[in-house]
Design a protein around this ligand. Structure first.
Ligand SMILES: C[S@@+](CC[C@H](N)C(=O)[O-])C[C@H]1O[C@@H](n2cnc3c(N)ncnc32)[C@H](O)[C@@H]1O
Length: 309
């Protein structure tokens, strides 16, 4: 069967009851649901061993929850954005002491702008990208169909299907700002981490946004910038980056390091991002004169889960 979104969607919708040890896995080949035999049985078996039976009743994903996913970005935007944060991710990979065959989680992986890289940069790793957006996931699965160490899963960060204490490295790249119940998501993610497992995040904080209308002068508008209003209207928290270190201190992490990415304005590299912001504001009926320079602080956070003796 040729790869396509429609058959997968139909297959999911036609499957009212999932076996207790099953979850939905998107794949570049025909979708695998339940314990049916298929070309992807091996991949599917690998992932079901990670899934907690007690948590499987939470599938299938609430359709209303899926419909609430309003983040407006295209795969191209997400790929361009990921290019700019690559040095910080490589820093995370180098910073981490890897166990044999580590399991990595890409939280809200979208179309997989980062997930395949984990299997390339982290020795002998398995990477699981999960998201509530089936279309983005399907695109990601299609783009990396030959990578057997890579899995894409339809799941919600606030109600994760994984067994506790099995994940070595959980990575969040511009996802947490879109989750209204962020603390619940952080608790779920922390529970899946093994002792000394790592949670690494890259999140913006628009509180420190600067828009310059020529290279030296801030003219108008005054903060809060229109993009902040648009993000809040969409249900996002534009100040997530600055809040995360404090939020992680309430969870069982014994080491939390954080900082702001070094950043050089490059209009060409940021073209898709700037255009996308302009379009978003236009759609929301918010006026915005395109600035000459835009700076949004991006926080990096690297936290290690507590190891009870
Ligand atoms: C800005 S995109 C970032 C995607 C990806 N991390 C990347 O950098 O390319 C935010 C992603 O978060 C996902 N998302 C939002 N709420 C989620 C939730 N509760 N659980 C899992 N993913 C979620 C969206 O579907 C979207 O793909």
């Amino acid at each position: 069967m040729p790869f396509g979104i429609t058959p997968q969607r139909r297959l999911f919708e036609d499957t009212p009851i999932l076996p207790t040890n099953a979850c939905r896995v998107t794949s570049s080949k025909p979708a695998v649901v339940g314990a049916h035999s298929s070309p992807n049985t091996k991949k599917f078996a690998a992932i079901t061993t990670l899934v907690a039976e007690s948590k499987c009743h939470k599938f299938p994903l609430d359709k209303k929850r899926e419909a609430q996913n309003v983040q407006p970005y295209t795969p191209q935007y997400l790929h361009d954005q990921a290019k700019r944060t690559a040095p910080t991710r490589y820093f995370f990979y180098q910073q981490t002491i890897w166990h044999a065959a580590p399991i990595c989680l890409d939280i809200g992986c979208g179309a997989g702008s980062v997930t395949p890289e984990m299997t390339q940069k982290i020795p002998q790793s398995t990477a699981i990208g999960f998201d509530i957006d089936l279309e983005l996931l399907t695109q990601g699965a299609h783009d990396s169909q030959d990578n057997q160490a890579l899995h894409f899963l339809l799941a919600d960060a606030t109600s994760l299907p994984f067994r506790a204490g099995i994940i070595d490295f959980a990575f969040d790249h511009f996802t947490l700002l879109w989750i209204p119940n962020r603390m619940q998501a952080l608790k779920e993610i922390t529970e899946t981490l093994r002792p000394h497992g790592i949670l690494a995040c890259i999140e913006p904080d628009y509180a420190g946004r600067i828009e310059l209308f020529n290279k030296t002068t801030i003219l108008s508008p005054k903060p809060p910038f229109p993009i902040v209003t648009a993000l809040i209207r969409l249900g996002a928290d534009p100040f997530t980056g600055g809040h995360l270190p404090r939020e992680l201190r309430q969870l069982p992490f014994d080491q939390i390091q954080y900082g702001i990415l070094s950043w050089k304005y490059d209009a060409e590299a940021m073209k898709t991002e700037i255009q996308s912001e302009a379009q978003l504001l236009q759609e929301k009926g918010i006026e915005w004169n395109l600035p000459a320079v835009i700076y949004t602080p991006i926080f990096w956070i690297y936290a290690r889960k507590f190891h009870k003796k």
